[in-house]
Design a protein around this ligand. Structure first.
Ligand SMILES: [Zn+2]
Length: 840
């Protein structure tokens, strides 16, 4: 994580625009000096710039592409060495200044270790957003192909028949302890890579019997750098501008998909995610709120002593900077460093059976320090940081080896509870030192979920669940649950399954935790069930009684349901519908729009429509005879938006030209632009004479605008677009809200839920209300210190508005977050409808 955003820095961007109060200043017990807010200043102040990598990385499809490109272990013995491709020397790699290994030296180093040792196997498991290789190193004693196959069968037995695994004495004796180390997921938190390479080298070359025996009992998996783009560039984010350590529930990025596949296929007992820099080394377990779907007893029983073992290891290093570690569970106040959302690597890994820990190495070398400190000081710090990373990894390996029987029993128990549908046990006070009522979180798992088939959203969600190793079946016959009829082909998710915790964490609505803690670390609400556009029905008690078969991919959903010779209708309800429109427009097909959500395809483009129906899963129906509508083209878009929004626009197939205050001031042209998107890095008051003349001329000729968030609202006010006054909720308020869809553009066919982060609402008159806030369903949203601007005050207020400027341009203002981190797929189409309308 990083020091650039401190508690005091929270929401500075919003403070400038109005009415915001920072989080209540709860004095932490420890000193959590670093917090990484997901909606920090850069998301409002830095306009994303299009890169080549982004073009290839974005996709929004319901097809099977993710299934075919996934990493899976080879069915071979160990070593299973491959010669890694060597990357060209890059003298600009930001690692070099710190005396750390640059990316281009990692493959040669691993190739040499493979040559030197039959204990080391390295392979490429995927490509970063920027196209760089992602490496997995496995260190273990040699295994024959049949030995390795036996290990694979045992791994599967633990997951799929944990009772049988528990009875298998040979398994208990001979199953190799799997441990996974993930390094450098934040590209400018470098030394996890260097520390893990040292551990790999020691394990590879040590000649002592103890190490040899350890490797006969263990497999050590290391993703050496999870973010090579960021390592090279010295950035937290990957080449597409995403924080990978917020993407594990969404899987929008290749780096998070790669480690998802590693954790599923290796099923580690223990995993470390190596970060920096917190001043004092920080080692999880975390503070409450604890994710309510964990088997937390099984976790904390090992997580706390393992963390204390790592702390002892860094103390033994003897540096004044490593005399102790902060262990948030032990040392911090509730809410200061929580494990609530499954978006972080260790939290995600917990649902896959691992004892997961974030480790923050201590001494800052990134951001301001990188540029201001003398090289010798940076290298001194990086040296200590590397020692700390190495020491924590070694300590975790020792803990895993020493406690292998208990760790195996715990993983078996986690999966057994899942299959049995047993409630998670109530954990007594003092279960581990410091465990109290504030740590007690649990849920009642529903008996099943049903996801009706037939939409691209349903197929996308089902494929997403399958990719995360959630078991989904398809009903062979029509059936009834809780009095509701479902069709053959609908999806059934029996919650008696090993990874029920993950399934429920993704699908459930979540919980309003505003009153439990004064603040949260990152997002507190999310729900694929409510925000991804598919119908998801929970059955609390009844299991569907219907013959069903396991599925490995969702069935195709696309169709053209119209007689030949008839014009076709497509309703913009999903991002894939939007993508279909953009692909047809790109082919030069003359589409017509009859309303914000309704597009007509001429009968003679039936073949093209059928093709996109097949690839994108969208459904065309027969247009009523005589349907007219206005012909429209692909909108010419200029966008000052955040990286996640640019990515989502690409997913929907929009061609986007990126702009910012700086590019407009430097003479960027808007003369052919039809809509201007403003949410990050464009300030009307920051425009010089050139930039202002460009924008003013654009608005005077009736150019459209779509804004989001505080930066967008400020642009609206300064450029006098709509007479709407923005009111801001707390900058860290976030979660899932209910909304009332009342307007003709955004309101047309939107979901009854939306997502907020730093929510806004709009007051005044002279515009149309598109969507109004209802209530907070899940997340964390407190009123400010005066008791105002909370969800109670927001209820009934305008969350999204539309209107027309003096120049005649169509404008939409979003106070919600329909594209946040490319996550709420079911909200994409409402943004696209606003975009198309604003361009008309
Ligand atoms: Zn980090």
């Amino acid at each position: 994580m990083d020091l650039s955003r401190t508690l005091a820095g929270l929401g500075t961007a919003l403070l400038a625009t109005a009415l915001l109060t920072g989080p209540a200043g709860a004095a932490p017990a420890g000193d959590p000096s670093t917090r990484d807010f997901g909606n920090g200043p850069e998301r409002h102040e830095t306009a994303a710039v299009e890169t080549a990598s982004l073009l290839s990385a974005s996709r929004l499809s319901a097809d099977a592409a993710t299934g075919t490109s996934r990493w899976q272990p080879k069915h071979r013995g160990y070593p299973r060495q491959t010669t890694l491709p060597v990357w060209p020397v890059n003298p600009d790699d930001r690692s070099i200044k710190l005396g750390l290994i640059p990316y281009h030296e990692i493959a040669p180093k691993l190739n040499a270790l493979q040559q030197a040792s039959n204990r080391v196997s390295a392979e490429v498991i995927g490509k970063s957003a920027g196209g760089r290789d992602l490496y997995l190193v496995t260190v273990t004693a040699p295994e024959s192909a049949s030995d390795a196959a036996k290990q694979d069968r045992w791994r599967e037995l633990i997951e799929n028949d944990p009772k049988a695994a528990d009875r298998d004495k040979t398994l208990k004796k001979s199953y190799k302890t799997p441990v996974w180390i993930n390094a450098n997921i934040h590209g400018n938190e470098w030394e996890g890579t260097d520390g893990s390479l040292r551990v790999i080298e020691r394990l590879a070359t040590a000649t002592d019997a103890a190490t040899g025996d350890f490797l006969k009992r263990s497999r050590v998996y290391v993703t050496v750098t999870n973010n090579p783009d960021g390592r090279v560039a010295g950035t937290r984010a990957n080449g597409a501008g995403f924080d990978i350590n917020r993407d594990h529930a969404t899987s929008s990025q290749p780096e998070s998909r790669a480690v998802r596949d590693v954790v599923i296929n290796t099923q580690p007992y223990v995993m470390l995610d190596e970060h920096g820099y917190t001043g004092t080394t920080l080692i999880e377990p975390a503070t409450p709120p604890h994710g309510q779907n964990y088997e937390y007893d099984l976790y904390i029983k090992h997580a706390l002593p393992n963390a204390e073992g790592m702390e002892a290891a860094i103390q033994r290093l003897g540096y004044p900077e490593t005399t102790r570690a902060d262990i948030p569970f032990r040392d911090y106040a509730p809410g200061d460093w929580d494990d609530w959302p499954p978006i972080f690597t260790p939290m995600y890994a917990m649902y896959q059976g691992a004892i997961g820990h974030t480790v923050e190495i201590p001494l800052q070398v990134n951001n301001a320090a990188y540029n201001s400190l003398p090289v010798e000081e940076l290298r001194r710090r990086s040296g200590i940081n590397t020692d700390v990373a190495e020491a924590t990894i070694e300590a975790a390996l020792t803990y895993s080896d020493t406690n292998r029987a208990s760790l195996l029993a715990g993983q078996i128990e986690q999966f057994r509870r899942g299959w049995a549908g047993e409630p998670s046990p109530t954990i007594p006070d003092g279960f581990v030192p410091g465990f109290g009522p504030e740590d007690r979180y649990s849920t009642t798992f529903p008996r099943a979920y049903v996801i009706p088939d037939g939409t691209p959203a349903a197929a996308r969600l089902v494929n997403h669940l399958i990719d995360h190793d959630v078991r989904v079946k398809r009903a062979v016959h029509d059936f009834t649950v809780n009095g509701k009829r479902y069709d053959a082909g609908d999806y059934v998710l029996d919650m008696h399954q090993p990874k029920r915790g993950l399934a429920n964490s993704l699908l459930e609505a979540g919980r309003d935790i505003s009153n439990l803690v004064p603040q949260m670390y990152d997002i507190s609400g999310w729900s694929h069930g409510l925000l991804w556009g598919a119908q998801v029905d929970a059955s609390r008690y009844a299991a569907p009684r219907v013959l069903s078969v396991p599925v490995t991919r969702a069935a195709a959903t696309g169709s053209v349901d119209a007689p030949r010779g008839r014009d076709l209708l497509l309703t913009l309800r999903d991002g894939n519908d939007v993508r279909a429109v953009n692909e047809l427009l790109a082919q030069g097909i003359k589409l017509r729009r009859t309303a914000a959500a309704t597009v007509v395809v001429p009968a003679d483009a039936r073949g093209e429509a059928a093709a996109v129906a097949k690839t994108l899963g969208v459904r065309f129906t027969a247009a009523p005879r005589g349907t007219k509508g206005d012909v429209f083209d692909q909108p010419v878009i200029a966008a000052a938006v955040a990286a996640d929004e640019l990515f989502a626009l690409k997913e929907m197939g929009f061609a986007v030209r990126t702009v910012s205050t700086a590019t407009l001031n430097a003479g960027a042209d808007l003369s052919d632009v039809e809509t201007l998107l403003v949410s990050s890095g464009l300030s009307y008051s920051g425009l010089n004479a050139t930039g202002r003349a460009t924008v003013d001329a654009y608005l005077a000729r009736g150019g459209g605008v779509v804004t989001r968030g505080a930066t967008g609202a400020a642009f609206n006010a300064a450029a006098a677009l709509l007479p709407a006054t923005a009111v801001a909720g707390r900058g860290d308020a976030n979660g899932v809200v209910t909304v009332n869809n009342v307007g003709p553009v955004v309101g047309a066919g939107s979901l009854p839920h939306s997502f907020i982060y730093s929510p806004l609402w709009f007051t005044g008159s002279g515009f149309t209300v598109e969507q109004r806030y209802g209530a907070l369903v899940a997340g964390h949203w407190l009123p400010n210190d005066a008791g105002t601007n909370g969800p109670a005050q927001a209820a009934g207020q305008a969350a999204v508005v539309s209107g027309t400027t003096a120049g005649g341009g169509n404008v939409v203002l979003f106070g919600t977050e329909p594209l946040f981190r490319a996550h709420p797929k079911g909200l994409y189409a409402q943004y696209a409808r606003a975009l198309f309308w604003s361009a008309s």
